[in-house]
Design a protein around this ligand. Structure first.
Ligand code: PBG
Length: 416
């Protein structure tokens, strides 16, 4: 491009020939071709003074004598391009997309590592164990692997984490009492993390499924009914135990009715007024959770979660949940899954002033990973686009297994 010569990073100054023509004023000396130094930055400008004074330059401009501008020409279309009369358009939206600078100036949505929350699987082991259905994800040893992962995530600007424990079968029970063991895997891990990284934000999952011998988020009655209020009682104990260990945000993912208000009251009663509640407001009964359940070995032993998680066909129902959560004191409303439910994210964004979170769940992650490995899609670009789309839909924060990988890209060279 011709104009780039003026700002060539390789040289501070470039010489531009100025031609004076015969129409120069009488005061102008005999026209001779001259070379003028055009400085591209101020640092070098003081090295030697300008060759022409401002008055001389202005006089030359008034007389119509300027340096010949670089030629500007549009290359022709390929052979065979039809010769047409241009369309008479008032609007040509492509004008605002014609260069990387214009495109980035008009970009409406941005992604930043500050928007990400990284979900981490932890277990009692010393070694990290790969999760078959989630390439690149591991059940991390809570004392070593987890600390390494948090360290690396912080390095690329991810400072928020949500913990999911893989609980030994022997500690599971129908009432999930291990969920509020102050020395259980989650509270123990929170204390260690807070000790090593005092400034990180720790989100916890509040639900019984990792602790339930039935693999359900609540207590299961003999006839298969998930008991609402009794489950909420357990969840309150779980959240208080997590808060006691140092959790910053407790996140009920169980979908019991009334749990947000009950958690708020339980936390306040114990003096945890500063612990936030991120409610899984619109959590759908989704097949996209499959890989996660493999990771935690938390598949329901029977039946499904349709009596508490929402029907994927429903939209308005998300408003009912949002209104209840807001009234009960939720600090953040979450939609889950993410990409297939961007309409619901937008619905909550437009109907609440609270921050909105979206969870790009395990199935979404694994689909992109698998198609990337098979070279069917460009994994990195699809990853970044999917995260951007979730932000565009209205999510402030995104829980994503891609958080560290995506933040790494955001920290490195940006491409348009
Ligand atoms: C359970 C819970 C689930 C997820 C987060 N918390 C699974 C479920 O509801 O069965 C799914 C997350 C994912 O798929 O990445 N309380």
């Amino acid at each position: 491009m011709a104009s780039s010569i003026f700002f060539s990073p390789a040289a501070n100054a470039v010489t531009v020939p100025i031609r004076f023509t015969a129409t120069a004023t009488a005061a102008t000396p005999t026209p001779t071709p001259r070379l003028v130094l055009v400085r591209a930055n101020n640092a070098s400008a003081s090295a030697s003074g300008p060759t022409l004074t401002l008055e001389e330059c202005e006089a030359a401009a008034v007389a119509g004598n300027f340096p010949a501008p670089p030629p500007h020409s549009k290359p022709p279309g390929p052979k065979g391009t039809p010769l047409i009369k241009p369309l008479d358009l008032t609007r040509r939206p492509r004008r605002n997309r014609k260069s990387p600078t214009l495109r980035s100036a008009f970009q409406e949505t941005t992604l930043s590592p500050a928007n990400f929350v990284l979900p981490l699987f932890i277990h009692e082991g010393e070694e990290d164990a790969p999760i078959g259905a989630m390439p690149g994800c591991f059940r991390l040893g809570w004392r070593h692997g987890l600390m390494d992962e948090v360290y690396k995530a912080r390095d690329v600007g991810v400072n928020s984490f949500v913990l999911f424990p893989k609980i030994p079968d022997a500690l599971k029970s129908p009432t999930g009492d291990e969920a509020y063991n102050d020395n259980g895997l989650v509270p123990r891990t929170i204390r260690l993390l807070k000790d090593k990284f005092p400034d990180i934000v720790i989100y916890t999952d509040v639900a019984l499924d990792p602790y339930s011998s039935d693999g359900h988020d609540g207590i299961v009655r003999e006839d298969g009914v998930i008991m609402n209020d009794e489950t909420v009682h357990q969840l309150c104990k779980q959240a208080v135990s997590q808060a006691r260990a140092g959790a910053d945000v407790v996140s009920p993912s169980d979908m019991m009715d009334g749990r947000v208000g009950a958690l708020r009251a339980a936390l306040d009663a114990e003096g945890f007024h500063d612990v936030s509640i991120m409610s899984y407001t619109a959590k759908y009964a989704s097949a996209f959770y499959g890989p996660f359940r493999e990771a935690l070995d938390s598949n329901p032993r029977f039946g499904d979660k349709k009596t508490y998680q929402m029907n994927p066909a429903n939209y308005r129902e998300a408003l009912i949940e949002a209104q209840a959560d807001e009234a009960e004191g939720a600090d953040i409303l979450l939609v889950k899954p993410g990409l297939p439910y961007t309409d619901v994210i937008r619905l909550l964004r437009d109907n609440s002033a609270l921050p909105i979170a979206a969870y790009q769940v395990s199935g979404e992650y694994s689909m992109i990973k698998a198609a990337g490995v098979l070279k069917m899609i460009d994994e990195e670009r699809v990853m970044m686009e999917s995260l951007m789309c979730i932000r565009r839909a209205g999510a402030d924060i995104i829980l994503s297994y891609f958080a560290r990988q995506a933040a790494g890209i955001l920290c490195g060279a940006k491409s348009n």
